[in-house]
Design a protein around this ligand. Structure first.
Ligand code: GLC
Length: 658
């Protein structure tokens, strides 16, 4: 059962697709003071799940998390905010309930940080809807919530292939070379991503004619090889006379305004930009239609970036910083001047004060950006999705975004933002998955190999062994970091075998993805969502995938194995190649399992089996009609399949027993 409790004057976020009448009476479970403070008293063993793309563990107890979409490329364990805001929690212990704080501004969840046994949720204003969800068990509560927030975005089948990306593919020759090298190596590949360099001076919906002389032709020749090109679109529109997007946005008042009613100026990759006011329906359809400039060239997928929105500086703050540095000229700089100047420079990027300085036009009312900050990225992807549903109604377009709020899951997937080539970020990326599923995001994945910093060969291998299970499986890295296409490494053959295994698993992964979308279910679950024992509740580094598999990735350098907890008897699968593997029946309990660097280990649950395909060079060549099986003898699997492209999933959905 879902009940809504309404406080003050909540902003309509459109997170939910159903209207739930407000319940009179006291909010259950929490103590409130009427001013935006909510308290819950924990028992020692209570577990808190959720918060989507937040750092730290599957169990959120012991830290403070702030929902404030933030460009945070160097995040560590002590971060409070990342790229998405997903205010849904599930408390399991002396009570069992879900709670969604439907609030689009900054809201903080102190989950046993200040006081070990207290949760304190607070926002600067108490204008919000709080939804309480009760049910039979955790899965039931999540399912009810997911029904209320609407069906998740459906990605095309080809988006389950392997993708190669790099900020630094400057010319079309760079792109062709990636395709050639992978073909030489025999690595399956379905997509190559175009980062900001394909654009002319980082202007959205433009193509640099010198570096990409004929994008349409390039798209066609890649398609012939089974490869989709997926360009990036940024939120900020470059201020430049003669640039149509800029001029139309100004003429129609489609940009966010400052206090004086002028178009607000921030700065991102192109230098000074205006931000489309994605909260205005007209601005959304205008910006959305621009994606058509690229779909006309045969493009069928996009990644939306910098849409927290990230702001590198404002004109005022930059000039203050320059003055601060200039004032030090010729001085002997001591500790306090050094730190204060460094603080001024570092504080330029995404400074909270910028977000108080611009406004949205919501039905004629000027709404301060910081009051609805977390809705911005969601409405950018909504703009793209809604326009493409009209422009290309026959097919699914791939979308994934960096910033998001609950509700954005209906318009696209997300990637988990700028991570680093750190071992800890394999684990971090994995721990986010079930919480993202709880919030409706199913088409998800993190930059494989790590975005910032230099990867290593062993990190890459171990990362692939985890990421090959995620719907979005994309190798992406930052400009200036070590090149990490698989053919750059001595172990490229072993890496290729892992990618082939991914393709062999696609029938299962895609089927479980469809089930999660259609049935409002989770594809990635903590063990405790299926098993009741005390040990399962504490497992932070293993996940169930669908109803048949369990993974336990290696995320430590030089580890030659790891401890794994089996909540029931399971079958271990040890694979070096899709057709070179061993199986071992294992009993419930704790085990130490050796895993060589070139091996993939995963587990099939008791009395279950999964379909297994012969890999192909791209998803379009996968033969789904002659599938093998992996797992227990005699076990049946219900496979969901569709044509992978029709936006109406029910039109081509088949459920086949394998
Ligand atoms: C941002 C994105 C990253 C991209 C870069 C350049 O940092 O998160 O994926 O490569 O911008 O566009």
């Amino acid at each position: 059962m879902i009940s809504r409790y309404s406080f003050g004057k909540p902003f309509e976020t459109e997170a939910l697709v159903v209207k739930i009448e407000a319940t009179e009476g006291k909010l259950p479970f929490f103590r409130t003071d009427g001013e935006g403070n909510y308290y819950y008293d924990f028992d020692d063993k209570d577990i808190v799940y959720g918060l989507g793309e937040q750092i730290r563990g599957i169990n959120k107890r012991g830290w403070t998390y702030t929902s404030w979409n933030l460009d945070n490329p160097h995040h560590h364990e002590d971060t409070h905010s990342l790229y998405g805001a997903h205010n849904f929690l599930l408390v399991d212990g002396k009570e069992l309930f879900g709670v969604f704080f439907d609030f689009p501004g900054k809201i903080t969840f102190d989950i046993g940080y200040t006081k070990r046994n207290e949760m304190h949720v607070y926002a600067d204003r108490n204008d919000m809807n709080v939804y309480i969800i009760t049910g039979d068990n955790k899965k039931d509560i999540v399912n009810q919530f997911r029904v209320a927030i609407g069906q998740s975005y459906l990605a095309p089948f080809w988006a389950f292939g392997y993708g190669q990306s790099k900020w630094g593919y400057i010319t079309e020759d760079d792109v062709r070379r990636v395709a050639e090298e992978y073909a030489k190596l025999g690595t399956p590949l379905d997509s190559i991503y175009l980062d900001i360099d394909y654009m002319q001076d980082f202007k959205d919906f433009t193509v640099n004619p010198e570096r990409f002389s004929d994008l349409k032709k390039l798209v066609e020749s890649m398609k012939e090889q089974g490869i989709h090109l997926v360009p990036i679109i940024d939120a900020g529109v470059k201020i430049e006379d003669g640039y149509d997007v800029y001029e139309e946005g100004v003429a129609n008042n489609y940009f966010c305004k400052n206090e004086e009613g002028k178009d607000f100026v921030g700065a991102v990759w192109p230098g000074k930009v205006h931000f489309p006011d994605f909260l205005q329906p007209e601005a959304r359809s205008w910006f959305g239609e621009k994606y058509g400039e690229l779909t006309k060239l045969g493009i069928d997928g996009f990644w939306n970036d910098m849409n927290e929105p990230a702001i590198f500086y404002s004109e005022e703050s930059l000039s203050e910083a320059i003055d601060a540095v200039a004032s030090l000229k010729g001085k002997n700089i001591g500790l306090s001047e050094y730190f204060s100047t460094m603080g001024t420079i570092q504080g330029l990027s995404s400074n909270p004060k910028y977000y108080d300085q611009f406004y949205h036009n919501v039905n004629g009312q000027m709404v301060r950006h910081s009051d609805i900050h977390n809705l911005f990225g969601m409405n950018m992807t909504r703009a793209a999705n809604e326009a493409l549903c009209k422009l290309e109604p026959e097919k699914r377009t791939l979308f994934f975004s960096r910033a998001s709020f609950i509700g954005a899951h209906r318009y696209g997937g997300i990637w988990q933002g700028d991570n680093l080539s750190w071992w800890s970020h394999i684990l971090q990326g994995m721990q986010q998955l079930p919480a993202l599923n709880m919030a409706g995001f199913i088409y998800i994945g993190s930059d494989t190999g790590g975005f910032g910093a230099d990867t290593t060969e062993d990190l890459m291998l171990r990362w692939i062994q985890f990421a090959l299970f995620t719907p979005l499986f994309r190798n992406h890295s930052a400009l200036g970091t070590r090149e990490q296409e698989l053919y750059q490494f001595d172990s490229c053959k072993a890496m290729t075998e892992m990618v082939k295994i991914r393709y062999a698993l696609i029938p299962y992964l895609y089927s479980e993805y469809l089930k999660a979308v259609i049935n409002n279910d989770m594809m990635f679950k903590p063990l405790s969502f299926e098993f009741d024992d005390e040990e399962s509740k504490c497992v932070e580094d293993q996940l169930l995938i669908g109803n048949e598999l369990m993974i336990a990735p290696i995320y430590k350098q030089n580890a030659s194995g790891r401890y794994v907890y089996l909540p029931e008897d399971m079958m271990l699968i040890r694979m070096r190649k899709y057709d070179d593997y061993e199986t071992e029946q294992m009993t419930k309990g704790h085990h130490y399992i050796k895993v060589a660097l070139d091996e993939l280990v995963f587990f099939v649950r008791k009395d279950k089996a999964i379909p297994f395909a012969k890999p192909a060079k791209s998803t379009s060549e996968l033969d789904l009609n002659s599938l093998g099986r992996l797992g227990y003898e005699g076990a049946k699997y219900e496979m969901y399949m569709d044509d992978g492209i029709n936006p109406d999933v029910s039109a081509t959905l088949k459920r086949v027993e394998i």
